[in-house]
Design a protein around this ligand. Structure first.
Ligand code: C6P
Length: 409
């Protein structure tokens, strides 16, 4: 078996939801970009946790609580390994990418930015990596600069170089665009930003389900991910931050667990990473996320990437045979996301008809409205691939589009 082949039947069988029908048709789920489906390994870990292991963490002296704590902290170590962070102190559990970016904006941003400083975001960012910086701009008087992309949906490194200056304090960039599929050269972008003394936050929401991520190799200062897009539960994610930065950042929220001691006069904060985890955490979520990471590692992240690359190639070729179909986002380096429009057809109408065929795709601006503005479209239809999709899913997608087109045009 070469890298682009997987034991597909064995993998697919691990996703119970994919065995069911939708509108009388076998479900073809092509919306992993919004949220992925979950393998048995994750579902069973959540079930086991609530049946046998549930207790609060870091609080109880009794065995059950100690075991829950071990599982929760074990999930942190699994996340550290998954991202190749240096230390578990650099792994903060959060609700997801959105919360991770807001944490950095509120904590690092408020402490380190002042009027006149600049934050650069790219034109292809998800709203989660735009709006927190706008809120900060309005609060602090910083400038928010936009790094434009070309019409293929690619960022040019020379454009980044010429936009950076000593005023730039942060580059906030997505590793993989949810609306276009573009994989950005985040390592090279980090090197450039660092040479100007700026910090780098990478939004990894779409990248982590599809490829090996090594935060030390990238060299970024912060990296955010969402568990639910990478075969894990909703409501859990990770903010990776370099220890030396997190160490001096003020807490984001106050409450239990993030403190060392409290009097009415003064509170001493807990050590990393607990300083950033106020309140009872999403214990089962972290455990489920770790299981999802193990699921991907058992297949091999590089093999997942190779498999999805060949599926993306097939999907692109097949979709391009449809008259009037235009692919939005044709970057040289793309992950398993394909966005398209069909001349004369509104994406929502098309996706609604496709649902009748059991095909789940997203038709929307994908929370990346500036991307839609760039391409002058209100929305796109997006098929996003996962390790549980195969060529027959693509064939059903194409057949459904052709049928819906007949009805709509
Ligand atoms: N994109 C999509 O359908 P949360 O919601 O916090 O887990 O992730 C937010 C987020 C941040 N960055 C990128 C690149 C994303 O794709 C997302 C979520 C979903 O494309 C829902 S809008």
């Amino acid at each position: 078996m070469d890298g682009s082949q997987l034991d597909f039947a064995q993998i697919r069988a691990q996703f119970p939801i994919l065995q069911q029908t939708e509108n009388g048709q076998p479900l073809v789920y092509l919306d992993g970009g919004a949220t992925s489906q979950k393998p048995l390994q994750v579902i069973e870990a959540l079930d086991r946790y609530y049946r046998e292991q549930n207790a609060n963490v870091h609080r109880g002296v009794y065995g059950l609580s100690e075991r829950a704590t071990e599982l929760y902290e074990g999930a942190r170590e699994t996340s550290r390994q998954f991202l190749n962070a240096k230390s578990i102190k650099e792994i903060v559990f959060v609700r997801g990418t959105t919360e991770a970016v807001n944490l950095v904006a509120h904590s690092w941003g408020l402490a380190n930015l002042k009027a006149g400083d600049e934050v650069i975001v790219t034109e292809m960012e998800h709203h989660s990596n735009i709006v927190p910086w706008q809120l900060l701009r309005d609060q602090l008087g910083i400038r928010l600069n936009v790094l434009r992309m070309n019409d293929r949906g690619e960022i040019c490194l020379n454009a980044l170089k010429s936009q950076m200056s000593e005023k730039t304090k942060l580059l906030a960039v997505t590793h993989m665009s949810n609306a276009l599929g573009t994989i950005n050269p985040v390592k090279e972008m980090t090197e450039i930003a660092h040479s100007f003394g700026a910090k780098v936050l990478v939004d990894g929401a779409q990248a982590t389900p599809h490829m090996t991520v090594d935060v030390q190799d990238i060299g970024c200062d912060f990296y955010a991910l969402s568990g639910h897009k990478m075969y894990g539960p909703t409501g859990i994610g990770v903010l990776y931050g370099k220890e030396e930065l997190l160490d001096v950042m003020p807490p984001y929220q106050g409450g239990g667990d993030m403190i060392y001691s409290v009097t009415f006069e003064k509170t001493e904060y807990n050590v990393l990473p607990y300083k950033f985890e106020a309140g009872t955490p999403h214990i089962s979520g972290a455990i489920g996320l770790a299981e999802a990471m193990k699921f991907m590692q058992s297949i091999g992240l590089d093999r997942i990437a190779a498999y999805e690359a060949s599926l993306l190639k097939y999907a692109t070729e097949q979709l391009k045979t449809i008259e009037g179909l235009r692919v939005i986002g044709e970057a040289e380096h793309k992950g398993g996301v394909i966005s398209f429009i069909i001349e004369g057809v509104h994406p929502h109408d098309m996706a609604t008809l496709m649902d009748q065929d059991g095909i789940a795709v997203r038709a929307s601006h994908h929370c990346a409205m500036p991307v839609m503005q760039h391409f002058n479209v209100p929305a796109t239809i997006r098929a996003s691939l996962g390790v549980y999709n195969n060529k027959s899913d693509i064939d059903r997608l194409v057949a459904s589009i052709l049928e819906a087109k007949e009805m709509l045009l």
